[in-house]
Ligand binder design. Structure first.
Ligand SMILES: O=C(O)[C@@H](CO)OP(=O)(O)O
Length: 212
């Protein structure tokens, strides 16, 4: 084996996980920056994710400032028996702001403004909901943070867990999987299911798996 081959074999693992079901997921309300905790079902989803991640040697975890993500991460780390790893909290991983829609019921809002308009607010790449952030705006804060703070850990070969939110993770997935605005519009991230990327040290994705 050449030295180059040996170096090539070195890889990193990045695991993305959306928080467990929150109360407002259950009630079908726009959540965004509102700090809503997970439900009993959300706790069970987190526990299940912890069981799925038991064999991963997680070196460092990143999460948002919102309790639904932090609570999910706590349950996972406890279930995995991981106690002493760095946990970095940063608001740039928070959910996209839903602005004036936060707190409203999604079905009621679709009745009022039309389901096409609500779908544009929810899933278009660059149309922001009133007073809120588009996915593009969200990517503009998530990706610089990823490149500056998270990517160096992956380049060192660390196994990184990110517990965050539907749209902050969609922004990351778009980058990692090279998805177009149309492709990401059709991508839904389930709560509590780990999405694992195996990458080389240049952050090229070699393999993607989702277990549930
Ligand atoms: O309400 C929200 O904050 C998000 C995630 O739950 O909703 P959506 O699925 O519309 O992006």
């Amino acid at each position: 084996m050449t030295i180059l081959n040996a170096v090539d074999k070195k890889y990193s693992v990045l695991i993305l996980l959306r928080h467990g079901q929150s109360l407002w997921n259950l009630e079908n309300r726009f959540t965004g920056w509102q700090d809503i905790d997970i439900t009993k079902k959300g706790e069970e989803e987190a526990l299940h994710a912890g069981k799925l991640l038991k064999n991963e040697k997680i070196d460092i975890a990143f999460t948002s400032t919102l309790k639904r993500a932090q609570h999910t991460l706590e349950i996972i780390l406890k279930e995995c028996g991981i106690e002493n790893i760095p946990v970095i909290i940063d608001k740039r991983l928070n959910e996209r702001s839903y602005g004036d829609l936060e707190g409203l019921n999604k079905s009621d809002t679709a009745l009022k403004y039309g389901s096409d308009q609500v779908m544009i607010w929810r899933r278009s790449y660059d149309v922001a909901p009133p007073g809120g952030e588009s996915l593009k705006n969200t990517a503009q804060r998530v990706l610089p943070y990823f490149h500056k703070t998270i990517a160096p850990k992956l380049m060192e070969g660390k196994t990184v867990l990110i517990v965050a939110h539907g749209n902050s993770l969609r922004a990351l997935m778009m980058f990692l999987e090279n998805l177009s605005p149309e492709e990401i519009a059709n991508t839904e991230i389930p709560t509590g299911i780990p999405r694992k990327y195996v990458m080389n040290r240049n952050l090229q994705v070699l393999d993607i798996t989702m277990e549930n």
